[in-house]
Design a binder for this molecule. Structure first.
Ligand code: MG
Length: 382
C-alpha cells in the first residue's frame, strides 16, 4: 500500500501503560501521577489529540484498568485494553485493537511529548514507513567487554524515545513475527527486515522513571505583600490576628479593625492577583460593619483556593509601641493558622516598635506588614 502525504490517512496511537513502574518509588502506577491537575497519562493523551491522531488505544494492566477507564471516559476517541506480560505483547494487543494506516506507539510515562514531534513522526512514517523520535547522545557511551571499556563514536549514537510511528501494516507484520527480547518498537520493526528512520525528538520528552522524576518541578510560586494601619482610640477592643488583647485602647475601623489580619488578607490577594480588601469588602457597605476580620480572612482563603493556589507560608510583622505583644504571639499564630487551615510553622508573626517615634511611637496607631508565598495547587484538591 502506498501512502501519499496529501491523502488523508487514518492515524492512530497506542499508548503503553501496562508496566508496574516499580522504579518510580510511587505506591501507584506512575501514569496516574498528577502533574498539576492532570495525570501523566492525560498529559500525553491531550497532546496526541491536538495532532492528526484521531484515535488512541491505551494498553494498561488489569490492576489499573478501572482508573484508566475513568480517565478515558472523558474522551470520545479512546479504547482501553489490557496488556500482556511483556511490553511487546502489550503493544501487539494494542495494535490489534484498532487497525489503521499509520500508528504511533508511545510510552505512557512520557507526558512532555510535543505536537511537533508527533507530526514529524507521522510525516516520516507516511513517506518512509517509520519515524522514530530520537535525540543525539549527550554522554559518551562505553561498551565493556571482558572488563575493558571501549568508547563508541558519539556522533553516530542516538537515544531512541517515543513516539515511534510506523505504517500499520508493517509494524503489525513485524510484531506478528517478533521472537525474542526487544527494548523498543523500532527494534521489532528492524528484526522483521524493515529499516527504521529517526526523526528529531526532544530532550524535554523524557521518560518519567525514577523517584526524582516525580518531584513536581514546575510548581509555580507567587509572592504577595500587604500593609495596613489603624488608629488607636479609647472605647474599642484591640484585636490582632483574631485574638482580643487586654489593653486600654483599641483600633478604630469599619470592621473590627484587625490590622494584622487585614495586612495578611492583602498579601494573599496580591499574590493571587486578586483585587485588594478595599475593593472586595468596601467600608461603605454596612454588611461589613463590625464584622470579624477572621470571617473575611476565610473568604479570602476561598478566593485564593478557587484561583488554584495553596499557602506556602506567611510572614508578618506588627508595628506597635504598646502593648507588649510577645506574650500573645503564640495565640495569634494559632488563631491565624486555624482560620487558614495551615500549620503553625507556615505563619510567622513578629512585633516591633518605632522607638517611640511618630504616630505609632506615640501609641496613636498600630500598623502591620505581611508577605506570603502561594504555590500552585498541584494535587488538584479543591
Ligand atoms: Mg484595615
Amino acid at each position: 500500500m502506498k501512502y501519499n502525504a496529501n491523502e488523508p490517512a487514518n492515524i492512530a496511537a497506542v499508548i503503553v501503560c501496562a508496566g508496574k513502574g516499580e522504579r518510580s518509588g510511587l505506591p501507584y502506577n506512575k501514569i496516574l501521577h498528577l502533574i498539576g491537575r492532570k495525570t501523566v497519562l492525560e498529559k500525553s493523551v491531550d497532546v496526541f489529540l491536538r495532532t492528526r491522531v484521531n484515535h488512541i488505544t491505551v494498553v494498561t494492566s488489569p490492576d489499573d484498568i478501572s482508573a484508566v477507564r475513568d480517565i478515558a471516559s472523558a474522551y470520545d476517541d479512546i479504547t482501553v485494553v489490557v496488556g500482556g506480560d511483556t511490553r511487546a505483547q502489550s503493544v501487539y494487543l494494542g495494535l490489534q485493537a484498532y487497525p489503521c494506516d499509520i500508528v504511533l506507539i508511545h510510552d505512557g510515562a512520557r507526558p512532555y511529548v510535543s505536537e511537533d514531534i508527533i507530526e514529524r513522526a507521522i510525516d516520516s512514517a507516511i513517506e518512509y514507513g517509520s519515524g522514530i523520535a530520537a535525540v543525539p547522545c549527550v554522554d559518551t557511551v562505553k561498551r565493556v567487554q571482558y572488563g575493558k571499556a571501549h568508547s563508541l563514536p558519539r556522533a553516530e549514537l542516538f537515544n531512541a524515545q517515543t513516539p515511534q510511528a510506523f505504517r500499520y501494516s508493517e509494524i503489525s507484520d513485524a510484531y506478528s513475527r517478533a521472537d525474542g527480547v526487544f527494548t523498543d518498537d523500532a527494534e521489532v520493526y528492524e528484526s522483521a527486515g524493515y529499516t527504521p528512520r529517526l526523526i528529531k525528538g526532544s530532550y524535554d520528552n523524557k521518560k518519567l522513571t525514577t523517584p526524582a522524576d516525580f518531584i513536581s518541578p514546575a510548581k509555580s510560586s507567587r509572592i504577595g505583600i500587604g500593609f495596613d494601619l489603624h488608629r488607636l482610640v479609647e472605647g474599642r477592643k484591640l484585636i490582632l490576628g483574631g485574638v482580643t488583647i487586654d489593653y486600654r485602647l483599641g483600633l478604630l475601623g469599619h470592621s473590627d479593625a484587625d490590622v494584622l489580619t487585614h495586612a495578611i488578607m492583602d498579601a494573599l490577594l496580591s499574590a493571587a492577583d486578586l483585587p485588594d480588601i478595599g475593593v472586595l469588602f468596601p467600608d461603605t457597605d454596612d454588611k461589613y460593619l463590625g464584622i470579624s476580620s477572621i470571617t473575611l480572612l476565610k473568604q479570602v482563603l476561598g478566593e485564593v483556593e478557587r484561583k488554584g493556589y495553596i499557602i506556602g507560608n506567611i510572614s508578618a510583622v506588627v508595628i506597635a509601641q504598646s502593648p507588649k505583644l510577645a506574650p500573645v504571639i503564640p495565640d495569634i499564630r494559632r488563631s491565624l493558622a486555624d482560620a487558614l487551615n495551615i500549620e503553625i510553622n507556615q505563619i510567622n508573626v513578629s512585633a516591633t516598635t518605632t522607638e517611640k517615634l511618630g504616630l505609632i511611637g506615640e501609641s496613636n496607631a498600630i500598623a502591620a506588614n505581611a508577605s506570603c508565598i502561594l504555590t500552585e495547587n498541584t494535587d488538584g484538591k479543591h
